[in-house]
Ligand binder design. Structure first.
Ligand SMILES: Cc1cc2nc3c(=O)[nH]c(=O)nc-3n(C[C@H](O)[C@H](O)[C@H](O)COP(=O)(O)O)c2cc1C
Length: 200
């Protein structure tokens, strides 16, 4: 069974991201075609990138990087739950992504964006990043609007059709990952840690 991380992409006090990610997780839990786990980047206390070597080399010097690496390497695919900050994703999520390299590659990803404009530009920003990391990002995406999916811009009340859009996105992530290549590549990498570059 493939394992999918639902990654909370915001860290600020009072963030909406945690509620949104937990809603995605509840929908995902009704499925039987993958295993899901919420991963909160806040729990990893990552500073601004402080590794001396390129993450491509996987030569991590700090325990926080090693812990983050082990967690991300343990998944076959990712759902990024991203806020939109100034037409991009959050600095915290981009920083957490930048810490690693081989842990991400040859896997699949989907997105749940939220914000005043439904997080659309944050997801577009992440798609560029995914290209460099060789992550296959699916077309279907979830866009949650502060105007339509939150009461008074604060209480999360997703419109009824949003559950279907989460499942459509998950269908695509799971289909891509079960297609063989991505799953085989990530399983191979887990079996041979330290030989990541051979598998690109
Ligand atoms: C620094 C900052 C920048 C923002 N920039 C945008 C933006 O460019 N476009 C947008 O639609 N919403 C923007 N927003 C609104 C956020 O998307 C919205 O507040 C969202 O709830 C933030 O996610 P969080 O609560 O999980 O931190 C911004 C919010 C913050 C705090």
């Amino acid at each position: 069974m493939i394992r999918i991380a639902i990654i909370i992409g915001s860290t600020r006090p009072g963030r909406k991201g945690e509620t949104v990610a937990k809603w995605v997780y509840e929908i995902a839990q009704k499925r039987s075609d993958a295993e899901f786990e919420v991963v909160d980047i806040k729990d990893y206390n990552l500073p601004l990138l402080d590794e001396p070597m390129s993450p491509m080399l996987g030569q991590y010097t700090h325990q926080h990087t090693k812990t983050w690496s082990a967690k991300i390497a343990s998944f076959d695919a990712y759902v990024f739950v991203t806020p939109e900050y100034n037409h991009g994703t959050s600095g915290a999520l981009k920083n957490a992504i930048d810490f690693l390299y081989n842990e991400w590659i040859n896997k699949a990803a989907g997105f749940v964006g939220y914000g005043g404009a439904s997080g659309t530009r944050a997801v577009e920003n992440l798609r560029l990043v995914m290209g460099e990391l060789q992550v296959a990002d699916v077309k279907a995406q979830v866009g949650l609007s502060l105007f339509n999916d939150f009461e008074d811009f604060s209480v999360f009340k997703p419109a009824p059709q949003q559950e279907k859009s989460v499942n459509t996105m998950l269908d695509q992530v799971i289909a891509w990952d079960c297609g063989g290549f991505f799953h085989a590549a990530s399983t191979r990498r887990r079996a041979k840690p330290g030989r990541h570059l051979d598998n690109r």
